[in-house]
Design a binder for this molecule. Structure first.
Ligand code: ADP
Length: 367
């Protein structure tokens, strides 16, 4: 059995709201797992059930092979960092870090050692005598993380710990938390609505929507092999482009473009979906402009808007009422109201069943 096992976990709140449906996951010791999804999809509820702060309505939760449903938060050996980290304002950083251990009756010399080693990991050694109001937002958040890791628990739970920081601090703290995870080796479950945090920090990501797990996988898996339109649209920035239409003779006909899938998909696949509503998908960054290398599908549209971002340019293209975004090299000159032809490499083409929103594999596996 894995280190943490969630089996058929459900949460039904006392008001009858079913917030989490049949959540299944096995987590190995030392893994960094991120729960990601839009606000209200059940991430915090699941985390709080793992922490023991919310009871599990249905299903089983095991820590190290032992059933933990009935265990209280303390018995589970977890430490949690919340979005709103209330430091004690009248206590120094040292005392804020030491306080939990003092309450547990840990010896002073042990406390001192742990405060110094924790401060060292977090780069807070020079700030131990300061009060929280004398720290930056990022430093305060580090103290909050420090209060959790000083307890030397095996399981670390974090609920949107960076959401109160500005964009720059978030980037710094992101890599610091990854570093702390590497140093402590604690199994970590991290909740965020931010797909960039999920992609950069996770060993594995759990994508949730409306209380249901959509997909569990490595960042690479989710980006290149999304199982449905939700995951495909959620991971990646700008999101994947979708062009919807009916499949006729292996083609999707648009006003001024024809998407011919016969070159990229097995005939058996196209026959199966003939006449169905489908969504053709491609990522903004997958397109090539004026580069004819390799097999690709060409589409043409009119440039509506050009956003120069420095490292790339986002080009908004209108294909007679169907809009898409291309993420291209900033050195390529693009002018609004002119026509652009772009190529989508065959290997970057996705297809989805519009009705179920599930991905359609273009090639059937050969045995
Ligand atoms: P997330 O963390 O993904 O933003 P939450 O787990 O906090 O989502 O909430 C999931 C859903 O459960 C939301 O629709 C929320 O309104 C609902 N919810 C959260 N707490 C309660 C509660 N105590 N009683 C009833 N519904 C709740």
């Amino acid at each position: 059995m894995a280190y943490l096992t969630l089996r058929g976990i459900n949460k039904i709140y006392p008001n009858g709201f079913h917030a989490v449906h049949d959540f299944n996951l096995e987590i190995e010791k030392g893994e960094f797992i991120v729960f990601v999804g839009s606000s209200g999809c059940g991430k915090s509820t699941t985390l709080r059930m793992i922490a023991g702060l919310e009871n599990i309505s249905n299903g089983e939760f095991y820590i190290n092979g032992e059933r933990a449903n009935e265990k209280g938060p303390r018995e589970r050996g977890v430490a949690m960092v919340f979005q709103s980290y209330a430091l004690y304002p009248h206590m120094t950083v040292y005392d804020n870090l030491a306080f939990g251990l003092m309450l547990q009756g840990v010896d002073d010399d042990v406390i001192e050692k742990r405060v110094y080693s924790t401060a060292e990991i977090l780069g807070l050694t020079d700030y131990l005598e300061r009060l929280p109001r004398e720290l930056s937002g990022g430093q305060r958040q580090r103290v909050a993380v420090g209060r959790a890791i000083i307890r030397k628990v095996d399981i670390f739970l974090m609920d949107e710990p960076l959401s109160n920081l500005d964009a720059k601090q978030r980037v710094t703290m992101r890599s610091e938390i990854t570093q702390i995870h590497r140093e402590t080796g604690a199994t970590t479950i991290y909740v965020t609505h931010d797909q960039t945090e999920a992609m950069t920090m996770a060993d594995r990501i759990v994508v949730m929507k409306d209380g249901y797990v959509q997909q569990v996988g490595t960042p690479y898996d989710l980006y290149f092999n999304p199982v449905n339109m939700f995951v495909a649209g959620f991971i990646g920035e700008p999101p994947m482009n979708f062009i919807e239409g009916q499949l006729e003779n292996g083609k999707i006909r648009m006003e001024n473009n024809i998407i011919d899938l016969s070159e990229v998909a097995d005939r058996s696949v196209l026959e199966k979906y003939e006449g169905s509503e489908v969504a053709f998908g491609f990522r903004p960054e997958a397109v090539r402009i004026a580069d004819k290398s390799g097999d690709a599908m060409s589409l043409t549209g009119v440039v509506e808007l050009v956003e120069l971002l420095g490292d790339n340019t986002n080009v908004y293209v209108d294909m007679q009422g169907v809009n898409c975004i291309l993420k291209v090299d900033p050195h390529i000159s693009m002018e609004t109201d002119t026509e652009v032809t772009f190529d989508i490499p065959y290997e970057s083409i996705y297809l989805f069943d519009k009705q179920t929103e599930k991905r359609i594999k273009l090639k059937e596996k050969k045995d």
